[in-house]
Design a protein around this ligand. Structure first.
Ligand code: 5GP
Ligand code: MN
Length: 337
């Protein structure tokens, strides 16, 4: 692992370390941050985990989450901690634009920066960069980093639980982005004593009734299938957000239902939020939704899972998406299997 000796020397004495991850943190962002934080604390460092915005309730059970600071909620403790910051660790994102105002604490400073991420096209930020776009998740990479760094193996059950959470959320429970290396890592994690059943239940089987009804509404009333371009679209407008009392995280996973259709190769899920329209893209096969998110919606991500946003109206967003489909007709109609 290139540069690991330099990291080893930086971390050889106790440091003040800020771990950050992206806005609307998901299981991988949260899992990698909490795993890294607990490991560094065991090594004697002073660590703060800070996210730009709040995390979904379904992750409230995760070990160490009570110490997470949210910039949108209260920037003060983060600002205070950053006055004596020595090391910045960037996890599960690769451009400071993804952490908004939290980025001011990481810019123009004499900081040692570590970046660990698996998204495409990383900005060149970081003195040590572990960027592997073929990895399933940032959690997989954090575990790889810990194993290479730490022969004494300080991975305990809490750290293993956090890492496993990011792996299953970013792979759709081992459906995609898997590799022999990933399964070897998971085997090592399970040897520590993971209760995988309980973790899956906590993440995937704790829906509120209103969320399942929201899913029903999306599938029955808000889904459009465009056969010519093998594209499925679901949208939710402001009114839906009120009626279904949609909170952070409540729409997680809905986009994936579109991919269950034999004839859908690209799934698009559009949410009309108070100030922006947020869009999630998913695809099957080698069709790159990352390209669409980047070129048309200020976004990015991975080939088969990407996201972005627009500031235009819901109707204009739907029109724009439909207008770009024809140029991808051939790629979208390519057989998957
Ligand atoms: P999701 O649709 O679950 O929000 O995101 C899918 C993937 O796209 C994730 O890897 C996420 O990091 C990335 N992504 C989502 N929204 C954005 C965005 O606005 N900008 C960029 N660069 N990536 C995004
Ligand atoms: Mn990730």
């Amino acid at each position: 692992m290139h540069g690991i000796e330099e990291v080893r020397s930086v971390l050889s004495t106790p440091k003040n370390i800020l771990i950050t991850s992206h806005r609307n943190p998901d299981g991988d962002a949260i899992g990698s941050s909490l795993a890294m934080s607990q490991w560094l604390k065991k090594k004697g460092h002073r660590v703060m985990v800070a996210f730009p915005s709040e995390y979904p309730d379904i992750y409230q059970w995760m070990p160490g989450i009570e110490d997470v600071q949210i910039f949108d909620v209260d920037p003060e403790p983060i600002a205070a901690f950053c006055q004596h910051l020595e090391v910045s660790i960037i996890l599960d994102y690769n451009s400071l634009a993804r952490i908004d105002k939290l980025g001011v604490f990481l810019e123009n400073r004499d900081l040692y920066t570590i970046l660990i991420d698996h998204h495409l096209y990383p900005d060149p930020i970081g003195d040590f960069i572990l960027s592997d776009t073929s990895a399933s998740s940032t959690c997989e990479l954090v575990f790889r980093f810990i194993e290479v760094f730490d022969r004494s193996n300080l991975t305990d059950l809490n750290i293993a639980t956090c890492i496993y959470t990011g792996i299953i959320t970013d792979t759709g429970s081992f459906q995609y982005s898997t590799s022999p290396a990933l399964f070897r890592s998971v085997a090592a994690l399970q040897e520590i004593g993971l209760d995988t059943n309980a973790i899956h239940d906590r993440i995937f089987n704790t829906m509120d009734e209103k969320n399942l009804r929201l899913l029903g509404h999306c599938l029955a009333n808000r889904m459009e299938i465009i056969d010519d371009f093998k594209t499925g679209i679901i949208f939710l407008n402001k009114h839906d957000f009120q009626v279904y009392d949609i909170q952070r995280g409540d729409t997680e996973g809905i986009v994936n239902y579109l991919l269950k259709l034999k004839n859908v190769h690209m799934a698009v899920f559009i949410r009309q939020q108070p100030t922006i329209i947020k869009i999630s893209f998913r695809s099957k096969g080698d069709f790159s939704v990352e390209e669409i998110a980047k070129n048309y919606f200020n976004g990015g991500g991975h080939r088969n899972a990407a996201g972005g946003y627009t500031k235009s109206s819901l109707a204009a967003t739907l029109d724009l998406i439909k207008s770009i489909l024809p140029q991808y007709k051939q790629q979208l109609n390519k057989p998957i299997l």
